[in-house]
Design a protein around this ligand. Structure first.
Ligand code: BGC
Length: 835
């Protein structure tokens, strides 16, 4: 018996399917939950009878998501204009919007010409695209005429960012454009209430304009909401849905408030080296430890109603600390949801510590006015531990840990203590090879005094207290469930039986693809990102696994043609795979069938995360799995879970948060959803420290072991231990001088030896291609099992490494075994049996 794949993925029927409809309504619900209300001075919700001037570049050109491999080629997007119109809001600014339409179309054509021209002069046309993201043109200046009949102005600020390029610290990107600023000041001078909608992959600096324009009465950070964004925004504006999103990243007052902001990526002119001098002080850990007031704190978000959060008790519940709270909707009109956040402040002892950190959170159901709900928030011992470099250990240091409860990092109340009488060593770690000295470190000790004082005062007060030792007795150390990745073993046996040379193709992707075709090197499912080797298929029946990008949905080609005569697929090249084919003009082929693969564009990672809703993310994962199954995808190249270290990172929109606990727990929820379907697996990425896009393949990130473990690896650790993702993607960059895909520290010591990860690690695409990129045979030696998308050169290097004795037979067999195990586990869904 052999396995064959289904012939062509997708369907010949272009009509909207039942699944698509179901997923659209979920995308709308998720979008609603991701919207964060940042300011509301009696303006929102608006009444349906209000006439609204809808202005700003994203009004009818709403940005659904970022660009690059994180883009989704879906059927249709609902813009804010369309969503508002559909819901019956009277929009009075049609002239302005029509004018913008012309400007936009013109700018698109000019941009297209530019990309096509530049693509002729680079090896990989993707580079021409990635280094020139489309910049939305300015609109015409808003005038009296545009607001004549309006009672309210809704002004949309949109930004496009994505893979391969960081955001610019310039007007029109991180800052408002001149036109936006002038428009808003004009509107302000006419005393018309303004609601700003921020439609960007991350923060846009608003501090100055908020000082100057007091008629800005409302701000919604809508982020990038996917295909149904316009509908979700309309429902929130009208109060048909109530905002319940919270920021997952601190919005600084000034860019310079971000630690070492001036050194980020391209800003200091050095793209070769990025020193993480701030150490563990990332995001609110910095702002709150150093007493720097942000514009909007981490975890912040308003509602149309008010809630009372009450601490009930703290207890030890099995092997966790449990915090019980009750939440009541104390408003009169709106039903809504609140997110309760629990932080722990840490004693400074032998090593300095951050002022506090998030240890748990929970979101209520929709509570009607007067309704109450009790929540239990659980966390384990490691959540309050710190990494001691001198001891190579995770230790909970002696002292009093304050337990703070509230609804953002700046609105917390001390409620209880966790007492640690003696240092508790939770885990002993291995010594890492790649460690460096930083040229400078952020010394907290001089600066944290103010923050500490407040803490000290409350230390002496009488609060409920639990003893950490009581938890310790119940918690088994390093409780890694090694049985979790139970996989079949019928193919695995090949890893022992075949000559080692025959196994080598398993260690890189299917070279039948176009290796330079970033994000679309897959052959069998058009528009997929890549696949595992088919070299062992004919002889041993080892099928390929199909990989497709995320994280805002599944990235495939929306449609493709098949030659009826020879049944072959017409390729569309790199540029054709981008932006739904906007960059190429191809006539339909004669005598061809068109197959459709309509995937859903859900909200981007950050927007999903802003829901702070694990249940929602699990359901999202289930929908992803349904689409994977439908199109024959086995491995989803998501969730992306790098840390929002700096607001300018071009791919922050794909990632969840500046906080590893939040990022890790949300990634775990998505993973549980995706992997609930047999045959579907996730690939959490990019491991680790892929926090900038300019020179992402060459930048060497230098950081302390403590920051590496506490901030940049911690989210991955949480996701792995909680949800057992089947795969990890290593990142392009170097970490302390070693390419992530060549790093035994990352790929073996930390992930496998310490966390018990049993799945597969694959490289990011083309990491072995650049001259000074990662070295193929060293990927295998490090434990990076598959090099993607795979090339002849990868084969040669591994073979040469083996023949020269640098790479051992055992190292090859170990990687091959893991790949075969994964193929065994996932192949079931898209393959059909044949005689
Ligand atoms: C991106 C990955 C993506 C891969 C395949 C790379 O350029 O960094 O996130 O999964 O391409 O498309």
């Amino acid at each position: 018996m052999a396995f064959t794949q289904f012939k062509h993925s997708g369907t010949l029927n272009p009509e909207i399917s039942v699944c698509e409809k179901k997923h659209s309504s979920f995308a709308e619900k998720a979008a609603e939950e991701g919207i964060v209300l940042l300011k509301n001075e009696n303006i929102l919700p608006i009444s349906l009878s209000a006439s609204v001037a809808l202005l700003g570049i994203g009004a009818d050109k709403t940005v659904k998501g970022g660009i690059g491999s994180g883009d989704v080629n879906n059927r249709q997007n609902i813009t804010i204009y369309e969503g508002m119109e559909e819901s019956g809001i009277r929009i009075t600014s049609r002239d302005w919007l029509d004018d913008y339409e012309h400007r936009y179309q013109k700018a698109r054509l000019i941009w297209k010409e530019k990309i096509l021209e530049e693509a002729k002069h680079v090896n990989n046309p993707f580079d021409a695209y990635a280094s020139n993201p489309f910049i939305m043109p300015e609109g015409r200046p808003v005038s009296e005429m545009d607001i004549q009949e309006a009672e309210i102005v809704v002004y949309v600020i949109s930004r496009i960012s994505g893979e391969g390029k960081d955001r610019r610290l310039e007007k029109g990107d991180y800052y408002l454009s001149e036109r936006e600023e002038k428009d808003i000041l004009f509107l302000n001078s006419r005393s018309v209430p303004i609601v700003l909608l921020i439609n960007a992959g991350g923060p846009v600096e608003l501090t100055d304009i908020l000082e100057k324009a007091q008629w800005i009465k409302g701000i919604l950070n809508i982020s990038q909401l996917g295909q149904e964004g316009g509908r979700a925004v309309a429902r929130i504006l009208l109060g048909e849905a109530v905002p319940s999103g919270k920021l997952t990243t601190t919005w600084a007052k000034k860019y310079a408030d971000v630690p070492f902001a001036e050194n980020f990526s391209y800003l200091n002119g050095n793209l070769e080296l990025e020193e993480y001098k701030e150490g563990i002080y990332v995001g609110y850990r910095y702002f709150d430890s150093f007493g720097v007031k942000p514009l909007f704190p981490f975890g912040f978000g308003l509602s149309y109603t008010d809630f009372k959060i009450q601490f009930c008790s703290i207890e030890i519940d099995k092997d966790k600390i449990a915090v019980n709270v009750s939440v009541e909707n104390i408003g009169n009109t709106f039903a809504g949801r609140e997110v309760v956040q629990v932080y722990v402040s840490l004693p400074r002892g032998r090593i300095e510590k951050e002022y506090h950190r998030l240890v748990g959170y929970a979101k209520t159901n929709v509570l009607k006015p007067g309704e109450k709900q009790e929540l239990k928030i659980l966390f384990d011992g490691k959540t309050i531990a710190s990494f001691f470099e001198d001891a190579n250990a995770w230790i909970v240091e002696t002292g009093k840990y304050g337990l703070w409860i509230g609804n953002n990092s700046a609105n917390l109340k001390l409620e209880a203590f966790i007492n640690v009488n003696q240092d508790v060593v939770l885990e002993q770690t291995q010594k890492l090879e790649a460690l460096v000295e930083l040229s400078e470190k952020l010394e907290a000790s001089k600066n944290v005094k103010a923050a500490e004082k407040q803490l000290e005062k409350s230390r002496n007060a009488d609060f409920p207290t639990i003893q950490f030792e009581a938890l310790q007795r119940k918690q088994k150390a390093g409780n890694v469930d090694r049985e979790s990745l139970v996989m079949g073993n019928s193919l695995e046996i090949l890893a022992e039986e075949l000559p080692v040379e025959e196994l080598i193709p398993l260690l890189y992707g299917n070279t039948g693809g176009i290796s330079s075709n970033l994000g679309a090197a897959g052959i069998k499912v058009p528009g997929s990102a890549g696949e595992t080797s088919e070299a062992l298929y004919e002889k041993y029946g080892v099928p390929v696994l199909i990989m497709a990008d995320g994280p805002a949905g599944i990235r495939l080609q929306r449609s493709y043609e098949v030659n009826r005569e020879n049944d072959s697929v017409y390729g569309i090249g790199v540029l054709g795979s981008l932006e739904n084919g906007f960059l190429v003009t191809e006539k339909p082929h004669q005598n061809a069938d068109t197959y459709y693969q309509y995937c859903t564009a859900f909200p981007v990672g950050t927007a999903l995360a802003q829901s702070w809703n694990r249940q929602l993310l699990k359901e999202f994962g289930e929908m992803i799995a349904e689409e994977m199954e439908k199109f024959g995808v086995n491995l989803w190249l998501a969730p992306g879970m790098n840390i929002h270290r700096n607001p300018l990172c071009g791919r922050n929109f794909e990632y969840y948060s500046e906080d590893p606990l939040l990022a890790g727990s949300l990634a775990a929820a998505v993973t549980k959803g995706v992997q609930s379907k047999a045959g579907c697996g996730v690939t959490i990425k990019h491991f680790a420290c892929n926090n900038q896009e300019d020179n992402r393949m060459g930048v060497d990130v230098h950081l302390s072991e403590r920051a590496l473990r506490e901030i940049y690896c911690r989210g991955f650790e949480i996701a792995i231990k909680e949800s057992k993702p089947v795969a990890i993607m290593s990142s392009y960059n170097l970490v302390n001088g070693v390419h992530a895909a060549n790093s035994k520290d990352l790929c073996t010591r930390i992930v496998r030896d310490e966390w018990g990860f049993e799945g597969v690690i694959m490289s990011d695409w083309n990491t072995t291609e650049p001259k000074d990129g990662s070295i193929p045979w060293k990927c295998t030696a490090a434990g990076n099992d598959i090099i993607m998308p795979g090339s002849e050169n990868d084969h040669k290097s591994i073979l040469d490494g083996y023949r020269s004795g640098e790479l051992s037979e055992e190292e090859i067999r170990i990687c091959a075994r893991r790949v075969l195990k994964l193929i065994d586990k996932l192949r079931s869904s898209y393959l059909v049996m044949s005689e």
